[in-house]
Design a protein around this ligand. Sequence first.
Ligand code: ADP
Ligand code: MG
Length: 395
Amino acid sequence: MAKTTFLEKLITRIERLDHKHVENYLVQLAQEKGLLESIFNSMLEGIVVTNRAQKIIFINHAAQEFLDAKDIEMEGQDLTRYLESLELEELAALIKTDWGKLIHRDIQMIHPIPRILHLNVFPLVSSGNAYLGLVLILTDVTKRKEEELDQMRSEKLQTVSLMASCIAHEIGNPLNSIDIHLQLLERDVHKLPTSSSKNLLESLKIVKSEIRRLDHTVRSFLVTARPIRPNLQGSDIAKILEETLRFMKEELVLNKITLKKSFLEKIAKVSVDEFQMKQAFSNIIKNAIEAMPHGGILKVLLTQDDEKVKIIFEDNGEGIPKEILPKIFEPYFTTKTSGSGLGLMISYRIVKDHGGKIDVTSRFGKGTTVSILLPMGMKRKMKLLPEQGGKNNEL
Ligand code: ADP
Ligand code: MG
């Protein structure tokens, strides 16, 4: 038989209890509720409980932070309406129609902080199996997802690099040898009488030009796909950015794009390969231009904290639909008729080779933000962490 709870015992005895006892029990209950609340509030997972009418009856601190809400605002509110206001209409509809089912979904939050949350929804059922409401548990999985994505991108990059080395070897080398033999053939053909050499020379010319075209294609593929160790030098990032923007000025003007720069003064020097960094920046700027075919605003921001320099490119162009956002760094992924699908992959590889991080957030129809974080020099290899209190910290 099921164990009777404190509350059930209290209910069966309540008529027999005197005023003092009831008061004691109520104090005990209030304390237990307080204890439960503080346990829920100290959890890293967000917890939201609703009643049968899907009105929020409890929301812990973590969930308030995830959903950017205060409990005073949220308690008593309709959960599904609240989710709609967070542009999670699909989820709100799912909860409304499928409330009896378990729901496990990842949700991408853009506001207040871009992050990925994993959501579990359970029906809240009484011991008598009556439906009481819903319990939503939200877990921040941003870091795990980023690591998974990073791992996947690195693996893909490795495959492309391997392919590039293979192509260099298997196509590049025979091309060289064909070229040498063509030159030998040409020399011999020249020795023939003009009447017989004329047609042969014409054909040789065509073969040579086709070989040159093939050679060019292979070379340009190698330049983009083969990793090149960055030639790191203490550089002024603001200057590199300025030069890249100057180089692209014509294109910006032609496309009616207003440039808004905001560079923090006195940015520390960063160890970068100037040429590669310009390549990474210009790929990103090019994408921004292409995303604003009718003109727009491109903001370029440069800031730093004591460990890294941050460069942000923000456009108000067409944005990226969320289904394709995870694919944009993939080699050869493009949504453009004449795109190569290599620009972002190259920028990603360059930033990674510099020990940095590149992030893209976007809202379809609103615009896209690409941020690059670059570590600053070697000076801060070691950092003293703040004291943690307690005696047994020394490990
Ligand atoms: P490409 O520009 O040749 O298509 P990229 O690797 O540079 O290749 O970009 C991949 C895809 O990412 C683009 O086709 C586009 O769909 C998307 N993309 C990248 N940057 C932006 C941006 N700023 N705005 C909108 N979409 C973008
Ligand atoms: Mg591009």
